[in-house]
Ligand binder design. Structure first.
Ligand code: OSB
Ligand code: MG
Length: 368
C-alpha cells in the first residue's frame, strides 16, 4: 500500500451542552480530521487532542504541526504491506501519540476498505454489540447531576461515570448513591488529587464504586501504586498509560486493576491492540475511553471496542449526546439496552458526510 495524499481539515463543532472536568470546560471542539488516499480509496481518522494541553501535552495545533511537518514527510513515497507497519515508520518522532493516531487510524480504515471488510474484523474483533456507559461532566448543582444521571439511565446506558474534583466528590457520590443505590457507578478525577489526599479517597470506598479513574498526576505511576495498595476500590488508569511499556509497568507494579484505552493517547490501533492483548494476558479488563469525538473518532472507537477484553462498558455513546448533527451517516445510536450494534460495512462502517464536513472546515491542507 502507498499513501498518495493526506488531507487535514480542522472543523469546529459546538457541543450540545458544555463539558466540564477538573481541568477544563469545553463548549466547542476544534477537531482535525485526516483523510488519506491509499491506492484509490479514502481512509478517515480523527485527532483526539484537546483545544488546550490540560489533559495531555498535545493540543489541536501541536498535532497539526507534527502531522504536517514530521509525520507526513515520513510517510510520503513509502510503501507498506499493512497499516500495522505504519507505527514503525513514525517511531522516530517521540511522543505526539495523538498526532500519530490521527493518520495511523485513517490508514487502517483505508486498508479495511481496500480489503472490503469491516475495520473491526480486520482488527480481530469479536463482539457484534458493544456495552456503553456515559461520562457526565461536573454540574453546578447536585440536583442537576442527579437529573443528568436519571436521563442517561432512561436512555439505557449501562454504567454512569461522573467527573469529580476536590471538595465536590463526597457530596456528589453520596447524592447519587442515595438516589440510585444499585447502578454501576464510577468516578473520574482527571489527576485532580495528590498522594496526601489518600484518606479522602479512602472515604469513597464506602460507596462500592466500580473504579476510581486517574486520581493522581498524569504521569505518576508510583503514586498510584501507593494509592491502590490502600484502597478497596479498583484504580483505573487513563492519562498515565501512553505506551505498551507504561501499561506493562502499571500492571507489574500494581498501579491499577483496570485500564482505559484511548486510541489517541496510545498512538493508534496497533498500540491499542498490543495494550489490549497485554492486559488480557494479565487479567486486567479494559474499556474504551472517549475524547468528545465527532462521528469519525466514535466509529474508530466502536471498531476497537469489539476486541474481546473490552469487557467493561466504555465511554462510547450516541452522536446526539454531543452533537446536534454529526459528520457521519448514519449517526451512532444506542439500543434501549445500552449497546451499540456494530455495522458490517467496509472500513469504519460509517460514511463521512463530505458536504457537512466542508461547511464546518476552517482550515485545510492537502499534502502530497
Ligand atoms: O478523562 O475520559 C476522560 C473527555 C475529555 C478529556 C478526557 C476525558 C473525557 C471524557 C469524555 O470523559 C468521554 C466521552 O467522550 O464521552
Ligand atoms: Mg479519564
Amino acid at each position: 500500500m502507498r499513501c498518495h495524499s493526506l488531507t487535514l481539515r480542522e472543523i469546529h463543532l459546538k457541543l450540545v451542552t458544555p463539558f466540564e472536568t477538573s481541568f477544563d470546560r469545553t463548549t466547542e471542539r476544534r477537531i482535525i480530521l485526516a483523510e488519506v488516499r491509499v491506492d484509490g480509496v479514502s481512509g478517515w481518522g480523527e485527532c483526539t487532542a484537546g483545544e488546550s494541553p490540560f489533559y495531555s501535552p498535545e493540543d489541536t495545533d501541536t498535532c497539526w504541526h507534527i502531522l504536517k511537518n514530521y509525520l507526513w514527510p515520513m510517510l510520503r513515497g513509502r510503501e507498506w504491506n499493512s497499516a500495522a507497519d505504519v507505527w514503525a515508520l513514525l517511531e522516530q518522532v517521540r511522543g505526539h501519540n495523538m498526532a500519530k493516531a490521527t493518520v495511523e487510524t485513517a490508514i487502517w480504515d483505508a486498508e479495511a476498505k481496500l480489503k472490503g471488510v469491516p475495520l473491526w474484523r480486520l482488527l480481530g474483533g469479536e463482539r457484534t454489540e458493544i456495552p456503553c456507559g456515559v461520562s457526565i461532566g461536573i454540574k453546578d448543582s447536585l440536583t442537576e447531576l442527579s437529573a443528568a444521571v436519571k436521563k442517561e439511565l432512561a436512555a439505557g446506558y449501562q454504567r454512569i461515570k461522573i467527573k469529580i474534583k476536590p471538595a465536590k466528590e463526597l457530596p456528589q457520590v453520596q447524592r447519587l448513591r442515595q438516589d440510585f443505590p444499585h447502578i454501576k457507578l464510577m468516578v473520574d478525577a482527571n489527576s485532580a488529587y495528590r498522594l496526601e489526599d489518600l484518606s479522602l479517597l479512602q472515604q469513597l470506598d464506602a460507596y462500592y464504586l466500580m473504579m476510581i479513574e486517574q486520581p493522581l498526576g498524569w504521569d505518576d505511576l508510583f503514586g498510584h501504586v501507593e494509592i491502590q495498595k490502600s484502597l478497596q476500590t479498583p484504580i483505573c488508569l487513563d492519562e498515565c498509560i501512553h505506551t505498551y511499556e507504561h501499561a506493562a509497568a502499571a500492571i507489574s507494579l500494581g498501579a491499577c486493576k483496570i485500564i482505559n484505552i484511548k486510541l489517541g493517547r496510545v498512538g493508534g490501533l496497533l498500540q491499542a491492540k498490543r495494550i489490549h492483548d497485554l492486559c488480557q494476558r494479565h487479567n486486567i479488563p479494559v474499556w474504551c475511553g472517549g475524547m468528545l469525538e465527532s462521528g469519525i473518532g466514535r466509529a474508530q472507537n466502536i471498531a476497537l471496542s469489539t476486541l474481546p477484553n473490552f469487557s467493561l462498558p466504555g465511554d462510547v455513546t450516541a452522536s446526539q449526546r454531543y452533537w446536534h448533527e454529526d459528520v457521519i451517516c448514519p449517526e451512532v445510536t444506542v439500543t434501549p439496552s445500552g449497546t451499540i450494534r456494530v455495522l458490517d460495512a467496509p472500513g469504519i462502517g460509517f460514511a463521512p458526510r463530505l458536504d457537512r464536513i466542508s461547511s464546518l472546515t476552517v482550515r485545510q491542507d492537502h499534502l502530497t
